[in-house]
Design a protein around this ligand. Sequence first.
Ligand code: PMP
Length: 458
Amino acid sequence: MAIELNPGRIQTLIGEQTELLNARTTASKAMYERALHHLSGGVASSYQGRDPWPIYIESGKGDLIVDVDGNEYYDFHNGFGSMVQGHGHPAIGKAVAARYPLGTHFAAATEDSVVVAEELARRWGLPKWRFTNSGSESTMDAIRIARAYTGRDTVMKIFGSYHGHHDTVMVSIGVEYDKIGDRENLASLPYGAGVPQATVDMTIAVPFNDAPAMERRIERLDAEGRKPACVIMEPAMMNLGVVLPEPGYLEAVRDITSRHGIVLIFDEVKTGLTIAAGGAVEKFGVTPDMVTLAKALGGGLPSGAIGGTEEVMALVEDGTVYQVGTYNGNPLSMAASRASLFEVLTPEAYEHLGALNDRIVKGCQEIIDKYDLPGYAVGIGSKGCVTFSSAKIVDYESFKQNQFPALCELAWLWNMNNGIFMTPGREEEWTMSVVHSFDSVDKYIEVFDGFAAAITSD
Ligand code: PMP
């Protein structure tokens, strides 16, 4: 039985650590005050915001970044897991520099896009690919293709999962515990304002790690004449810390969707290229009908991809579905992706990430055990986290039931004040890069040890 943490002590530490971080980031404060005049909320995306002000970054090199106050951090945020190559990787820099004088945009395909598609087909075992500029575009287009392929409108997703910021998937995310609804009929709720109710009603959410519940909901929807076109899901949930699929779950989902003629989309925007060379498909050995990629694909340049079977992608090829975009397959992004795939994200790189992950997970778990903390360490490939919960988290409901927001906030502040950059204000995982070393991992573990000592002392 883990020890009971003292909420008063945590609040006191939050106060102290907030003051400390505020004092260390006065240039960020000044930048924020200036930014507020013309950059809405002071940031380019609401996910970059933070109270009382965001931390503005000046530069990054390898596994380190420097903020505008000159504070240096080991980067474990890595741009929401996009920078698995590390910052300023020379191979990617060389490819981008070589491409620039040859022209950066034609809205016509270049050889690099052919080579990248060939390599993704090899890694994922899906024959046909298209490119986009972001994860949202990838999931939006994949869902449209699935709707066209099946002639149906309803979309099934996993309750609590994030798939980008287009209307269809901005449903049933970040919901309060008492609004989740009955497990057999989980609520469809808009994530923020501006999403049409008609769209919300077309998106149905089911619990992660519960294949029978998924099948029962599909059967009821079918009986109502609104069978789903697709199931879109992360094969491992990456926005509640890390929630892995239980053994047999993905195989069961594959079987259910095949039997019901529903397109299965694995959203690998986070897992793709970070947990294995061929993402979750390689790691778990289950192949969906479509895969969506983004984030790490472009090695820091905006890019995304959709992979699919011959059958579903035929609708793109014959012009039934318009899969389009001015910047799709942009030459700079494709040059960066090619260099990343062939020179950076090599088999040796994944071996290294695996070794780092073993060390960080083991190190964090030892500290949890030493201090008898309520929690556990979980990791896969370059990603992982410490989940502050005595009970195992298997889906959104169990996550919400056991969430410890104050401790997560304190962990973030503590990390920041001790040279570890993490995603602010959310239960996000760490992402290590191929240039992280045992030193950076040991620093993470050492800082976590200090944190554990602080929260358990009187
Ligand atoms: N899918 C998943 C699983 C994601 O985590 C994200 C972004 N966090 C997206 C899609 C959307 O990607 P983007 O922000 O590039 O639009």
